[in-house]
Ligand binder design. Structure first.
Ligand SMILES: [Cu+2]
Length: 262
């Protein structure tokens, strides 16, 4: 019976390794449509390193459970305290983790670097349960907002007495972006914490009440994609979705004007 048990455990472990390897080596990220390819590289690197450790340790587990299972005669050896072994696995693991850490810090610094001077300004304000999108209009300046002015008709509390507010373009759950031009998005919230998530653009930024957080990226391909809320923000969280439309720069002004009329 002992023989069979070890063999079955080994086979189950090998099956797990084969299935996991098959599943995780297929492309599972949504297609990339922005300039943030470095994020994909970081995800793949950590998957390759942790995946190699996973495969190696599980194959060893399968082998040992088959090879050294109870045969009714051999006594198990017991020993402890091997400082050299303990130091080596601690140091090797620490070294790998430090490499990940420094690479991630560099990537984080690059993602959060100053946007190009000609980046297009857009404001996105989360609210239960919608995304309010605002463009500054021809004057290039966003009008003042005040939470106390917010109402059903004026969801972000735009101060209409501010001269910069008159030409602001407001959209609901529709975000138009120019292809191949950097955009800087000021992410805000009217109520609770939301998270502005553009899976195809590798963008995810919490929208925090009382704070304006700026992110920037460059859309690379035209098409329609999803905006999701990635922070559980209330009963309607599931329907807090919108669409991103990336259009060629030459058609951008018209696309935005058409959308604003609707
Ligand atoms: Cu939300």
């Amino acid at each position: 019976m002992g023989r069979l048990q070890g063999l079955l455990f080994a086979l189950a472990t090998v099956a797990l390794v084969v299935l996991a390897t098959f599943y995780f080596t297929r492309p599972w990220l949504p297609p990339l449509k922005s300039d943030r390819i470095a994020i994909d590289h970081a995800i793949w690197l950590s998957l390759v390193v942790t995946g190699a450790v996973f495969i190696l340790t599980n194959l060893l587990l399968a082998y040992f459970s088959w090879r050294y299972q109870d045969d009714g005669r051999t006594r198990a050896a017991y020993w402890h305290h091997n400082p050299r072994l303990e130091w080596s696995w601690t140091l090797v693991t620490a070294l790998i983790m430090c490499t990940f850490l420094f690479k991630a810090l560099n990537l984080w610094a690059a993602v959060n670097a100053e946007p190009p001077a000609d980046a297009m300004l857009i404001e996105v304000t989360g609210q239960q349960f919608a995304w309010n999108v605002r463009y500054p209009g021809p004057d290039g300046m966003l009008g003042r907002t005040d939470h106390l002015l917010a109402s059903q008709e004026n969801p972000i509390g735009l101060d209409k007495s501010d001269p910069h507010a008159a030409d602001d373009v407001l959209l609901l759950n529709q975000l138009y972006l120019p292809q191949d031009r950097a955009v800087r998005v000021q992410v805000r919230s009217m109520d609770v914490i939301h998270s502005f998530f553009l899976p195809n653009f590798r963008v995810k930024q919490d929208a925090l009440p009382g704070m304006t957080v700026q992110i920037w990226f460059t859309p690379k391909e035209t098409g329609d994609f999803e905006i999701a809320c990635a922070e559980h923000c209330g009963l309607g969280h599931y329907r807090m979705r919108g669409q991103v439309h990336v259009v060629p720069v030459a058609q951008f002004d018209k696309a935005l004007a058409d959308a604003a009329v609707q």
